[in-house]
Design a protein around this ligand. Structure first.
Ligand code: GCU
Length: 688
């Protein structure tokens, strides 16, 4: 069990004696938890600290709730700020805690873990355990607050009523759903609290349990009782449950003949349904809605606007304090013969004019880029087109276009490229991270959604190493400026132990992996050149064009890339604020790694690097593949330092990746050599 992945980074493996030397004698001998609500996050903090310290240090601490011990030596005090103040007096120094934030003080031989709320105390407890788990006994004293209030996992789990099968997961690579089976919520929900524990340990406070392509049957009474069971199991971890809605539910479930959002019977239907949900789950987080996109029903069917659709739910949920997360991923099929057609334009075209028309409790959830979780995209222009509306960013932890957990691709460097992008709204500094935190446009709401898609597999998402992305998603939602290398170092120590070799190897591979994958899968902003029609897996550049999906490359025998300029193309560059628009409008000022995203150029076009586009393609594919071909050797150097089960599993995948990168390299390089008839200068690429 210890070697499986169920506990992920929360294994609490015993530290070696060398790491604890000199620390155990002075270590606290009791945990005092003040005023914990029944089965709430404080109770979890207490049991987790007890379990963690026992595991990591081998110490079996007393647990009490006695207030007398507030200032006793050798005590770990865990409390909310309010309780602490009333039971123990002022906290000094004065700390400024935001919702869910915490104060951690390990100076001397007592420890204070004080949360702004119970959840914050739980987060502080996990942080403390992370330090201990890494063998870090240094004195710390700091307050930590989340960057944004909404930090949710999105699961794309299906109910699978029709097929009477275990719930499948759209773009999930870690087995069947932990929630659903044959159209119902499972009897055995034992994985739910384990998942809640992982979510809480990295500061995530909400989860949407079902696919955005939503099955209305989740709203039947039996299933709502099931949602209650799930919410009860997540609650101790401070994770609130939300669900995805099918817009046509009143009709699909056979209750009404319409789902027009302005129809009074529809309004009543949703109001009643929402009231029922809150009877069962008083702390229900909210609704997630994908409407009028990829075949999903929505308000446009009735000539109502997307905001009228969103507000239907917003009004029903507002009295209960919930929110509606409305996805901006709305687009139509397009015709490639139209030079100006561009799916990247869709979100702004649909949503810009609705800015100001959404109710206050609506959050617009925007995928990080304008298309669909590609290996490289610019930030979505919509982030800078809705100043009056709170927005959140959608990141994809599950590696849909990025190797589906068969390739090691550590994603934080990609995510931080987006989060650290300056939109220059009104010529002022406006990083995406500050837009989604609500800071730039002064909104209370804002945040992060990560499409995580864990399943029943005991690695959770299908691969041990891929879990660093889940861990990092939580860390970045809390602090988007955290260093991605520090994050993977922390994750590695907690997951694989303190061996310097192991940490160095995993960090080295992880930090190189995104750039390597970009190299062999699709570079210069051309997108992941994968099979876009069905699997989103493996090399298939021909599938990008001549279809209505709009993920085009417009590659012909002489030229390649999407012309998104205002002067001659789709105008997409012009959707960005002026400074950014000017940068993307011209090839000279567009960074090489986004050149083909914004420009249609000859294969012989010279990059800033001095190379031609086609030679860069060849070189990057070879360099990227060569990088990951070293991964198995790097991993093999750790033999004996990683337990045999995980050693073998990871090695298998890294060897697969090394081989598959060659398939990618040769497939793509040959495709463009054939198309362009321009040879590789180094003569590596030949017709086979
Ligand atoms: C991608 C993905 C779909 C998903 C969609 C969405 O296109 O391939 O499976 O439904 O995104 O985010 O809604």
């Amino acid at each position: 069990y210890a070697e499986s992945g169920i506990d992920a980074w929360l294994r609490y493996a015993r530290l070696p004696a060398s790491a604890t030397k000199g620390h155990l004698n002075s270590f606290p001998n009791r945990i005092v938890v003040l005023n914990a609500s029944k089965n709430g996050p404080l109770a979890s903090a207490s049991s987790e600290l007890h379990k963690g310290i026992k595991g990591i240090l081998g110490l079996d601490l007393d647990v009490s709730s006695s207030v007398k011990s507030c200032f006793a030596q050798k005590t770990i005090v865990v409390s909310t700020l309010e309780t602490y103040k009333s039971s123990c007096g002022k906290l000094s120094p004065k700390v400024n805690l935001k919702e869910d934030g915490y104060w951690l003080n390990t100076k001397g031989n007592s420890v204070q873990i004080i949360g702004q709320n119970e959840r914050g105390a739980l987060y502080g407890a996990f942080q403390y355990l992370s330090l201990l788990g890494q063998g870090d006994f240094s004195d710390v004293e700091y307050a930590s607050n989340p960057s944004a209030p909404v930090r949710w996992a999105n699961q794309w789990d299906n109910l699978n009523a029709a097929t009477a099968a275990h719930g499948s997961i759209e773009r999930g690579y870690g087995g069947a759903s932990i929630f659903f089976d044959s159209g119902l919520i499972k009897e055995d929900l034992s994985r739910v609290p384990q998942y809640g524990r992982l979510l809480a340990s990295v500061g995530l406070n909400g989860i949407v349990i079902n696919n955005v392509n939503a099955d209305a049957n989740l709203l039947n009474e039996t299933n709502l009782q099931g949602v209650k069971r799930i919410a009860d199991l997540f609650r101790p971890w401070g994770v609130n449950v939300g669900i995805s809605l099918n817009f046509a539910s009143p009709q699909v479930l056979g209750d009404l003949t319409t789902f027009d959002p302005l129809d009074s019977t529809v309004i009543k239907w949703w109001t009643d349904k929402t009231d029922r949900i809150y009877q069962l789950v008083p702390d229900f987080a909210g609704y997630l809605v994908k409407a009028n996109s990829e075949g999903q029903p929505g308000p446009l069917t009735y000539n109502r606007t997307l905001s009228e659709g969103a507000n239907l739910f917003a009004k029903a949920i507002e009295p209960h304090g919930g929110i509606v997360v409305f996805r901006a991923f709305v687009y139509d099929q397009l015709n490639e013969t139209d030079w100006k057609a561009d799916r990247a334009n869709a979100a702004v075209q649909y949503f810009k004019e609705l800015d100001g028309q959404f109710d206050d409790n609506v959050l617009i959830q925007i995928k990080f880029g304008p298309i669909d979780f590609q290996v490289r995209e610019p930030a979505s222009p919509l982030f800078a087109n809705m100043p009056k509306t709170p927005v959140s960013i959608e990141l994809e932890v599950t590696q849909e276009y990025l190797g589906q957990q068969c390739h090691l691709v550590y994603l934080p460097p990609l995510w931080q490229t987006i989060l650290g992008f300056d939109m220059r709204y009104n010529h002022r500094q406006s990083y995406i991270r500050d837009i989604v935190s609500g800071e730039v446009f002064n909104h209370k709401l804002g945040g992060y959604a990560g499409v995580v898609n864990v399943g029943m597999d005991d690695t959770w998402i299908g691969s041990h190493l891929a879990m660093s992305n889940f861990f990092a998603f939580g860390r970045l939602a809390w602090n988007p400026q955290a260093d991605s290398q520090d994050i993977v170092e922390e994750w590695t120590r907690l997951t694989f132990g303190l061996s310097r070799d192991v940490v160095a190897a995993i960090v080295d591979m992880s930090m190189k992996s995104w750039s390597a994958y970009e190299g062999y899968s699709g570079n210069l902003g051309i997108q992941t050149l994968t099979d876009i029609l069905y699997t989103h897996y493996g090399a298939n550049p021909a599938s990008q064009d001549n279809n209505g999906w709009g993920q085009w490359t417009r590659a012909d025998s002489k030229t390649i890339g999407m012309d998104r300029t205002v002067s001659n193309g789709t105008g997409n560059a012009g959707q960005y604020p002026k400074d950014v628009a000017n940068m993307f409008e011209h090839t000279q000022t567009t960074p090489d790694d986004l050149l083909l995203w914004f420009h249609h150029v000859p294969y012989t076009f010279k990059l800033h690097s001095g190379k031609t586009v086609i030679q860069h393609f060849y070189d990057a594919h070879y360099t990227g593949a060569a990088t990951v071909q070293k991964f198995p050797t790097t991993w093999k150097s750790l033999k004996g330092q990683v337990d045999s089960e995980r050693y073998a599993d990871v090695l298998y995948r890294l060897q697969y990746q090394a081989g598959h990168s060659l398939v990618w390299r040769d497939g793509i390089s040959e495709f463009y050599r054939n198309l362009s008839s321009i040879p590789d200068k180094l003569n590596r690429v030949r017709n086979h």
